[in-house]
Design a protein around this ligand. Structure first.
Ligand code: DOR
Ligand code: ZN
Length: 344
């Protein structure tokens, strides 16, 4: 049995690190495992311009432990007003290697997002020219749609028409949660790919209710059925280059999780890579971890693969019950559980 696994340094291509005290806490956790990350722009106010992205990148650089090599790539948060020139500027400055599309109202801080995809047509044309992927939060927001059908309906009603209209645009369907998404991406052309989180392959929707209602497992897209989980897990461990690592680690303090109207998001970044390793090992697919975590995402984005390595060791790691942050607590995914891998 494998006791030690050295792989090319991985990238987390979907990560929330927030700002200020929360960033100070969570950034070192990600930087200890990943060399680069797509750092999501849904701050308040959102990161909608190159200038705001560069300022955010500076704040991240200042919060990094000294001597840590960690590069944030910050997609601009597209709005109805994002111009093609702004997309080009973000690319040329080096701060962005992708752009982010949230349907208005879909998730945390998505109120200023795009209302109609036609409104970002100019931005899309520049992205095609530059080979920049569009990162999509794929959920419809119509309150009449069943909460568990939001992703499937988005694929059929929004994603598929968009992909047909602009087949040359690279699209990443973020944090897929359904069998339908796994099948759709598998069957689609090479310009479509998807990120997969640890929570959507570790948990099904029972985790929302087991032992009483558990808001710490509430996220967007919401956890789905066991059938869905197994299909997404199979996609992650398949060795298909359309599927790659993006944790969607999304920290919120306990006070914002354990209340009416509490926020969506699991904090998985503390032990994300060890959790993926455990899940891949259980599927007899440890050999697929490196390409999933370190090759396929970089290749799809069109950025160089990292050159150095990280090492995982098969030794028990107990996830803390919580971390203290700014007078509040952050409860991580699998709090209190012991997992079977840790970083060397
Ligand atoms: O659960 C989620 N939380 N999903 C998202 O898409 C956003 C994220 C957040 O920012 O809290
Ligand atoms: Zn996210």
């Amino acid at each position: 049995m494998i006791q030690k696994l050295t792989i090319t340094a991985p990238d987390d291509l979907h990560l929330h690190i927030r700002d200020e005290a929360m960033m100070q806490l969570v950034l070192p956790h990600s930087a200890a495992q990943f060399r680069r990350a797509t750092v999501m722009p849904n701050l308040k106010p959102p990161v909608t311009t190159t200038e705001l992205a560069l300022a955010y990148r500076n704040r991240i650089a200042n919060a990094l432990p000294t001597g840590t090599a960690f590069t944030p790539l910050i997609p601009l948060y597209l709005t109805d007003k994002t111009t093609g020139a702004e997309v080009r500027k973000a690319y040329e400055s080096g701060v962005s290697r992708a752009m982010k599309y949230y349907p208005a109202g879909a998730t945390t801080n998505s109120d200023s997002a795009v209302t109609k995809i036609e409104n970002i047509r100019e931005a899309i044309d520049v992205m095609i020219e530059l080979g920049m992927p569009l990162l999509i939060h794929g959920e419809v927001t119509d309150p009449a749609v069943d909460f568990f059908d939001r992703e499937s309906r988005f694929i059929d009603e929004m994603l598929d028409p968009l992909h047909r209209a602009v087949p040359d645009l690279k699209i990443v369907l973020e944090h897929i949660s359904t069998k339908h998404a796994a099948e759709y991406i598998t069957a689609a052309s090479r310009t479509l790919a998807a990120t997969i989180t640890p929570h959507h392959i570790a948990l099904n929707r029972n985790a929302l209710f087991a032992g009483g209602i558990n808001p710490h497992n509430f996220c967007f897209p919401i956890l789905k059925s066991e059938d869905d989980r197994l299909a997404v897990l199979a996609a992650a461990t398949s060795g298909n280059p359309k599927f790659f690592l993006g944790t969607d680690s999304a920290p919120h303090g306990r006070s914002n999780k354990e209340r009416t109207g509490g926020f969506g998001g699991l904090y998985s970044a503390f032990a994300a890579l060890p959790m993926y390793a455990e899940l891949f090992e259980r599927e007899n697919a440890l050999d697929k971890l490196e390409p999933f975590a370190s090759f396929y995402g970089a290749d799809f984005y069109g950025i160089e693969r990292n050159r150095d390595t990280v090492t995982l060791i098969k030794e028990p790691l107990t996830i803390p019950d919580y971390f203290e942050v700014d007078g509040d607590q952050l409860v991580p995914m699998r709090a209190g559980d012991t997992i079977s891998w840790r970083m060397a």
